[in-house]
Every structure is written in structure tokens, then in C-alpha cells.
Design a protein around this ligand. Structure first.
Ligand SMILES: [Ca+2]
Ligand SMILES: [Ca+2]
Length: 67
């Protein structure tokens, strides 16, 4: 069992379409609420979090990323 209630809540907040995965666009939208995050940095963060490179961040991948 990985993560906790607040990790789950954060994941759900980023997964705006509720399909159970965070897409590159969803992560970018979330990160760019902080104006310091550039497109390149958002992409870098996404690639780092997307361990299996399927262009989706699963909850398991997200939980590792934020840990
Ligand atoms: Ca999604
Ligand atoms: Ca993935």
C-alpha cells in the first residue's frame, strides 16, 4: 500500500478529467498554477514521474514522485 489520503486527494485534484491517470497536459496545468514552472520544466517533471513512459502518470507513479 503506497501513499495516503492526502496523496490521493492531490492526485485526484490534478487528474481533472477523472480517468485515473495524470496526462502531460493535466500535470502542466497543475504545475503552471505556479508561474515559475516553464513548459520545459513541466515536461521534465512529467517524464521523470512517468516511469514506464506510457505518457500517463498512474497513481503508483505519482505516489513515488511526491514521496
Ligand atoms: Ca486524467
Ligand atoms: Ca506511466
Amino acid at each position: 500500500m503506497s501513499g495516503n489520503a492526502s496523496t490521493r486527494a492531490q492526485f485526484d485534484a490534478i487528474d481533472t478529467d477523472g480517468d485515473g491517470f495524470i496526462s502531460a497536459g493535466e500535470l502542466k496545468t497543475f504545475l503552471q498554477e505556479n508561474p515559475k514552472v516553464s513548459d520545459a520544466n513541466a515536461k521534465q517533471a512529467f517524464d521523470f514521474a512517468d516511469e514506464n513512459s506510457d505518457n500517463q502518470i498512474s497513481y503508483e507513479e505519482f505516489a513515488k514522485f511526491v514521496r
